[in-house]
Design a protein around this ligand. Structure first.
Ligand code: ATP
Ligand code: MG
Length: 286
């Protein structure tokens, strides 16, 4: 199996047909862990080189959206995959519950302010999708933002239009759902409780949200179904095996960056002459 095959397998880019139950959270396609790790190292090298050209090219932006239940491995993806990029060309924005100022605006406002510039890659660690996920599971969070009876359809439409606008203006939009099983989440929570160095990662709120698992899965399925397009695809990443999930995300990013064919800017004839003159002067220095 090649990186490009992996990137394709988990892509969801058509509306309506998507069913979460068709996607296994423990898929590895029989790839053994050692081979997977070797492919991962190779992908990280490619990511590093591609991002340098992407930055120098300065024509496109890339928005990476990470969504998942707690303990699915968003932080690990950021550390181990996004970590391949030069930090100068990449920004990571975590989004928690909105503050008072943010709640006084439309739900996309706080995200629109943090979109990546040309040449840069922006990572949303949670995103505007929370407004159709956690908020859908807890409609009481809507407060004064509830403007319509058909709020979820309206929000899916807003999101789709927003993403279409971004894509039309040179931003690649890649959305990842790290698909963790409920059983694996339980094991990871237990590990966080049993390992003192991981205690800080655990909160009672996480257990309360876990109890609402089926509601979250319905919300994820509906959101993915309503917003998966060929321009702004979702990738449903099997997340029970951390090494495999990270490999999938890396493979998708390599594929997406390669497709853009980022190129280092070409220097014109005059500038080339200047370079040669500078070269001569430098070489002549004692
Ligand atoms: P980790 O738990 O690994 O630190 P995290 O992304 O879960 O990472 P938290 O500090 O636990 O970070 O919390 C973010 C919380 O904010 C999530 O529970 C998320 O659902 C919630 N949140 C995000 N957007 C909204 C929103 N619009 N309304 C209400 N809650 C939101
Ligand atoms: Mg959390």
């Amino acid at each position: 199996m090649e990186l490009s095959d992996i990137a394709k397998r988990f892509r969801v880019d058509k509306q309506d047909a998507f069913r979460l139950s068709d996607h296994k959270s423990d898929e590895t396609f029989g790839l053994d862990k050692d081979r997977g790790k070797a492919m991962f190292e190779d992908a990280l090298e490619k990511l590093h080189a591609l991002q340098e050209a992407f930055y120098a090219d300065d024509r496109f932006s890339m928005l990476i959206v990470l969504q998942a239940m707690d303990a699915a491995g968003k932080d690990g993806v950021i550390e181990h995959v996004i970590g391949a990029f030069n930090p100068q060309g990449c920004e990571v924005h975590p989004f928690k519950a909105p503050n008072e100022e943010e709640r006084a605006h439309d739900f996309l406002w706080r995200f629109a302010r943090r979109l990546p510039e040309h040449g840069r890659i922006g990572v949303f660690n949670r995103s505007y999708y929370e407004d159709v996920l956690v908020v859908r599971v807890h409609p009481e969070f809507l407060g004064k933002q509830a403007q319509s009876n058909d709020i979820w359809t309206q929000r899916y439409d807003s999101i789709s239009s927003f993403e279409r606008h971004l894509v039309g203006n040179g931003t690649s939009v890649l959305k990842f759902f790290l698909n963790l099983s409920r059983g694996e989440q339980r094991d990871r929570f237990l590990d966080r409780i049993d390992t003192p160095e991981k205690n800080w990662k655990f909160s009672m709120g996480d257990v309360r949200e876990r109890a609402l698992w089926p509601k979250y899965m319905d919300a994820y399925q509906d959101a993915i179904r309503a917003t998966a397009t060929s321009d702004a695809p979702w990738f449903v990443v099997p997340a029970d095996r951390k090494w495999f999930g990270r490999l999938v995300v890396a493979a998708v990013l390599v594929d997406a960056l390669e497709r853009l064919k980022p190129a280092f800017p070409k220097v014109g004839a005059d500038a080339l002459k200047e370079l040669q003159a500078a070269r001569k002067a430098l070489a002549a220095e004692k």
